[in-house]
Design a protein. Structure first.
Lengths: 447, 191
C-alpha cells in the first residue's frame, strides 16, 4: 500500500474541496479541508499536515499569501498551488516562493497522480537526507554542543586537538555556557574515553568535605570516618577528573592539588603511605582567574598548572546566530520528551529570543524552551509564550543623578513604544502634555 | 462459497449496449462470488449535463441514483454511455464514494483505441468496463488505491494504464475484499 499522508485542501469552493476529499479518501490519506487561508492556518496550528493543495483565488487571504505564511512558519509542508486561471506569472511567483508544483483546474486524473508521486518521492528523499545528515553529525559534531558561529567553531576545532594530549585544560565561560559538555567531549575523544569521567562541583562542597572527597580517608581519620574510603582522585584511576568552579577552592586545597598534579601521588587522610594516581585534569570556572592571580587571591603556580591549555566558551549573547539552531534542538528534545506536538516557533517569537541577552546562557535558553513547550496549547510557540523573559533591571549607579536616571528611563520607554507618545505616557503613568514637556526638558530626540 | 445474501445491482442509465451490464454482472459473480443482477434502465442523466464542459457531472448522477430505492441491493453500479467528469478532473472512467453504496461506470471513453479515431475490439471494451466496475466496487467495499501496479485497485488515469492493470486484485486487496464481504451485510454504507 502507498504511504499515507496528511493532506489539507484549501479552496473556497465547496464542490472542489469535496472532489479532492473523495479522491484522497480513495488512497486512505488523512484529508481535511479549509474554506479560507485563515482556517487553514488555524488547522495547521493544531496539527501538522504534510501536503497542502491551495487555490490561488480566494476571498480574504489569497493562495499566494497563504503560501508565504506556510513556508515561513511550516517550511516542511509541501504546498501545491491549484488554479482555474492559468497565469504563468502567478505560477512562476508561486514556485519561487516555494510551491512544489501547480495544477490547472480541471486536470487529468493522472496529473494529480503524478504530482502525488513526485511529492512522495521528494518527501522520502528529504527524510532520507535528514537521517543520513543526522548520522553524519553524530560522527562529526560533539553531542549536545550546538553552534555554527565562528566562536563555537573555534571551540569545536580545539576539542579534538586538546583530546590528543594529556595536559591540564582550563575551560572558562559564564554559567550555563556548557563547560561540562566541552569537558565531556574532550574526554570522549581522548584515549581515556573508556575509563571514568568524574565531575565534581567544587563550589558546592565545603572545603573539609572536598578534601575527603578527593583524597579519601582511612578509618578513624576524623569523627564519623567509620570506614576507609577511596577518594575521587583514586577512583578516577586512568580517567578524567572534571573540577567545576575551581575558582572556589581554598588556597590550602590549591596547594594540595598542586602537589598531586606534580607528583601524581596522593595520601589518604589519616594515612602515611602515598598512592600513585593517574588522571587527566580538566577544570572550569566562570571567574576571571587571571585577574585574581594578579590580585593575589588565587595561587599563580596552581593557575599555571591547571591552565596548560585554555578554552574560552563565549556567552550566548556574543553568538546570537546560534540561537535558532539551539532553539530547534531544544524544541525537538522537549516536544519528544513531553509528547506534545509543539515543533514550531513563530518568526516573532524567534526575534524575542534573539533580542534577549541570556544572562544564564544556553541553560537559560533551554529552560525557557522547556517551559514554553510545557505550557503551550498550540503547535507553534509564539511571542506571548516567552513573556516571562524580562531583562534584569540595570543597577542604578550611585554616581548618577535623579535627572539622569529620569532621562534614561523616559528615553527607554519611548523607544519601547516606538516613540508613540500616547502609549509611552500610559506606561509611565503621566499624561501626554507632561511627557511632551519632559521630552523637551531632557532634549530627547527620536533617532 | 457464494455469499448468497449479498446482491449487487447493475443498472443502465439511459441507453447502453445490453451486453455491457450483463458482462459486468458476470464478472462480479465470477471474481467476487457475489450475485449481481441487471435491472431495468433508468432515465438518461440529462439533468447532470454541464453545457460549459459538454460533459456530465458524476456527482449529480450519483445524487440522482441515491434518490431511488434499491433496498434489497447492498451496492448499486450505474452504467452509462456519457462522458463523466468531477469538478477537479477533466474526465473520469468511473466514480464511487469510498465506503458508499453507489458507483458509476462511464463507457464513453472505453471504446477508444490507441490511435486517432481507432476503436478496440469488443472483448477489450468489455474487459475495460469490467475493470472499472470491479475497481469502483472495491471502493464501495472500502478498498483504497493500491500501489501495486499489478492490482485492479491500482489507479489508472488513462486507457493505456487501464489496459495494463490485470483483471484481479493483488494478494493484499483480495484479503481486504474477502474480509469486507465476510462482514454482516446490514452495516450502513456511507451514502
Amino acid at each position: 500500500m502507498a504511504d499515507k499522508m496528511s493532506i489539507m485542501i484549501v479552496d473556497d469552493e465547496k464542490i472542489i474541496r469535496e472532489s479532492f476529499l473523495y479522491w484522497f479518501e480513495k488512497y486512505g490519506h488523512r484529508v481535511e479541508a479549509a474554506a479560507s487561508g485563515m482556517e487553514a492556518l488555524e488547522k495547521l496550528e493544531k496539527s501538522p499536515f504534510e501536503v497542502l493543495f491551495v487555490d490561488i483565488k480566494m476571498p480574504g487571504m489569497n493562495g499566494i499569501e497563504l503560501l508565504g505564511k506556510v513556508k515561513e512558519e511550516y517550511p516542511d509542508t509541501t504546498v501545491i498551488i491549484i488554479t482555474a486561471y492559468g497565469s504563468i506569472e502567478t505560477a512562476v511567483e508561486a514556485m519561487k516562493m516555494g510551491a512544489a508544483d501547480y495544477l490547472l483546474k480541471p486536470f487529468k486524473p493522472e496529473q494529480l497522480s503524478l504530482v502525488m508521486e513526485k511529492v512522495t518521492q521528494q518527501r522520502k528523499l528529504v527524510s532520507e537526507y535528514r537521517y543520513v545528515k543526522g548520522r553524519l553529525e553524530e560522527f562529526t559534531r560533539f553531542e549536545n554542543i550546538i553552534g555554527q558561529s565562528p566562536a563555537m567553531q573555534e571551540v569545536f576545532d580545539l576539542i579534538p586537538e586538546v583530546a590528543q594530549s594529556d595536559s591540564s585544560v582550563l575551560i572558562m565561560g559564564e554559567t550555563g555556557t556548557g563547560k561540562e559538555l566541552v569537558a565531556k567531549a574532550i574526554h570522549a575523544k581522548s584515549k581515556r574515553r573508556h575509563l571514568p569521567f568524574i565531575a565534581i562541583n567544587c563550589g558546592a562542597i565545603p572545603d573539609s568535605l572536598l578534601e575527603s572527597e578527593l583524597f579519601g580517608h582511612e578509618k578513624g581519620a576524623f569523627t564519623g570516618a567509620t570506614h576507609p574510603r577511596k577518594g575521587f582522585l583514586e577512583v578516577v584511576s586512568g580517567g578524567t577528573l572534571f573540577l567545576d568552579e575551581i575558582g572556589e577552592i581554598s588556597p590550602k586545597m590549591q596547594v594540595d592539588l598542586l602537589r598531586v598534579l606534580e607528583e601524581k601521588k596522593i595520601i589518604r587522610i589519616g594515612e602515611r603511605q602515598a598512592i600513585d594516581v593517574d588522571f587527566r585534569l580538566i577544570s572550569a570556572t566562570r571567574r576571571d582567574l587571571e585577574k585574581e592571580v594578579a590580585e593575589g587571591s588565587f595561587r599563580e603556580d596552581f593557575f599555571y598548572r591547571i591552565n596548560v591549555i585554555m578554552i574560552r566558551i563565549p556567552p550566548l549573547r556574543q553568538r546570537k546566530e546560534d540561537i535558532p539552531l539551539l532553539v530547534e534542538h531544544f524544541l525537538q528534545k522537549y516536544s519528544r520528551e513531553t509528547v506534545k506536538q509543539v515543533d514550531h516557533i513563530s518568526a516573532d517569537a524567534m526575534r524575542v529570543l534573539k533580542a534577549y541577552d541570556w544572562p544564564g546562557n544556553v541553560r537559560e535558553l533551554e529552560n525557557a524552551i522547556e517551559r514554553a513547550v510545557v505550557l503551550s496549547k498550540a503547535r507553534t510557540l509564539k511571542r506571548e509564550d516567552f513573556a516571562f523573559l524580562r531583562s534584569p533591571p540595570e543597577p542604578v549607579l550611585k554616581s548618577r543623578s535623579l535627572k539622569e536616571v529620569e532621562r534614561e528611563h523616559i528615553q527607554r520607554i519611548l523607544e519601547d513604544c516606538d516613540w508613540n507618545v500616547t502609549r509611552a505616557s500610559k506606561v509611565l503613568g503621566i499624561n501626554r502634555v507632561t511627557l511632551h514637556k519632559m521630552i523637551k526638558r531632557h532634549n530627547l530626540k527620536r533617532p | 462459497m457464494r455469499s448468497q445474501k449479498r446482491r449487487i445491482a447493475v443498472v443502465p442509465l439511459g441507453e447502453v449496449p445490453g451486453i455491457v451490464p450483463k458482462s459486468i454482472a458476470a464478472h462480479i459473480l465470477g471474481y467476487l462470488n457475489v450475485n449481481a443482477e441487471v435491472l431495468s434502465p433508468l432515465r438518461h442523466p440529462d439533468y447532470a449535463y454541464d453545457p460549459r464542459r459538454l460533459q456530465y457531472n458524476a456527482g449529480a448522477v450519483l445524487k440522482a441514483l441515491e434518490s431511488h430505492s434499491f433496498g434489497r441491493y447492498e451496492k448499486v453500479i450505474g452504467v452509462l454511455d456519457v462522458d463523466l467528469f468531477v469538478p477537479i478532473f477533466t474526465y473520469v472512467f468511473g466514480e464511487a464514494k469510498q465506503g458508499g453504496k453507489y458507483a458509476l461506470v462511464s463507457l464513453n471513453r472505453l471504446r477508444k483505441g490507441h490511435g486517432e479515431g481507432a476503436f478496440v475490439p469488443e472483448p477489450i471494451y468489455l474487459e475495460r468496463a469490467a475493470k472499472v466496475a470491479l475497481h469502483e466496487l472495491g471502493h464501495l467495499y472500502d478498498l483504497h488505491h493500491c500501489s501495486d501496479s499489478r492490482c485492479l485497485m491500482h489507479f489508472s488515469g488513462g486507457l493505456e494504464y487501464l489496459d495494463r492493470i490485470p483483471l484481479y486484485f493483488c494478494r493484499y486487496c483480495s484479503v481486504f475484499m474477502r474480509d469486507a464481504l465476510s462482514r454482516p451485510r446490514h452495516r450502513r454504507s456511507k451514502g
